[in-house]
Design a protein around this ligand. Sequence first.
Ligand code: NDP
Length: 466
Amino acid sequence: MSVVTTSQPGIKTPGNYINDVMTLVKTKNPAEPEFHQAVQEVMESLRLVLDRHPEYISARILERITEPERVFMFRVPWFDDQGNIQINRGFRIQMNSAIGPYKGGLRFHPSVNLGILKFLAFEQVFKNSLTTLPMGGGKGGSDFDPKGKSDNEVMRFCQSFMTELCRHIGPDTDVPAGDIGVGGREIGFMFGQYKRIRNEFTGVLTGKGLNWGGSLIRPEATGYGCVYFAAEMLKSRKDSLDGKLCLVSGSGNVSQYTVEKLLDLGAKPLTFSDSDGAVYDPDGITREKLAWVMELKNAKRGRIREYTDQFKKAIFMPTDLKLGYNPLWNVKADCAFPSATQNEINAKDATNLINNGVTVVAEGANMPSTLEATKLFLEAKVLYGPAKAANAGGVATSGLEMSQNSARLSWTREEVDDRLHKIMIAIHKTCFETAETYGTPGNLVNGANIGGFLKVANAMLDQGLV
Ligand code: NDP
């Protein structure tokens, strides 16, 4: 394999420099399409920055920011309930610590691999910078699938995972949280094992239980924050969420609290989904129906298809990859809140959403739209809130949990919610104003990428070649 290097950075034009960096990233990280996609999106925005800041080119900031500071990959052996030995693979990507300790979730899902976690860690760097809090970027997880496992199996896995991970993390080094497949149960098992091995009761994980160091509003934060962000986008066009028909995908943590906050603000959520398919309730998902879904998904760990047994007017639309589009995104609505997983909205889905009158897309999931879908939203002047801005409320509230842990006190629900709301307003303002400053008003993708990048890049310049 040929090794690509950038030639003399001093004589490069910004365009050439970015093309070279993309070639380098693809060559050095083969077979990691999600990572390439996340980098490509940021690089396109940074074309606007390098003309004004040649110092980033000479300091080779883009090559440095796309290279993780450290990557751990490890074996996770555990016994299942039948006494069989199971082996999974664990990861932690410590991407960038220029502005604070590494911070980012752990994902347990069979699709997890190095490339997916690198894309998530890369996004996290910019997202954490946008929150205004001092947090670097990281991400980790495992190809372990908690679905269908007993509590004891999940505990044995989490203990084995943390037995290795605990060497690499700490409250001032790297503070993981939850993500897909990692909720309060998994955080509890991992915290217990960390404490046992290290003999320390510290804020090493966020998303903890309320009676052992967790923060009020942390479970709600990503969904609430995403809806606050959508409300800010609408405010910029003198509109609100009141009465808006909303599509929500997923039915996990982010989706549930997105629906809850939509109801608070007078909107009408219509859908939920999981990997088997989507439910569409033309009467709208009420608080009572949401409570039923929370019980189904969080306590019974059931499937969303069961919603239609309980609420007869709702219909179930099974996942059918051969269709080439997701029927959930073809329901007539005003707003869309993709809250399941990456690349869940392709170009056909984006076209369906636009043709059906959707004017707001706020991303609760990470990178739920393909590059083509994003382009279509921007061209159609949809109010498009990219993930690294719209879903930053989760990690922001994790930052607030870290502050409370350090001070050894707990803030009230109202106080945390108020701080979260203010942070989301501030993130929107940064994205909105940065997009204008760099000549692309209304383009919050550029606003988020550039706004997040500048703080990290300047910190990297200040700290020398490390
Ligand atoms: P959960 O595990 O609680 O829920 C995930 C939901 O998405 C489930 O309904 C799941 O369905 C569905 N889903 C997952 N993978 C797929 C897939 N490949 N195809 C279709 N559906 C899928 O996770 P969260 O709600 O925490 O996370 C959802 C998204 O939000 C992720 O992209 C995550 O990175 C992002 N996010 C989460 C934050 C948090 O604080 N939790 C913070 C910021 C972003 P099924 O049960 O069938 O797998």
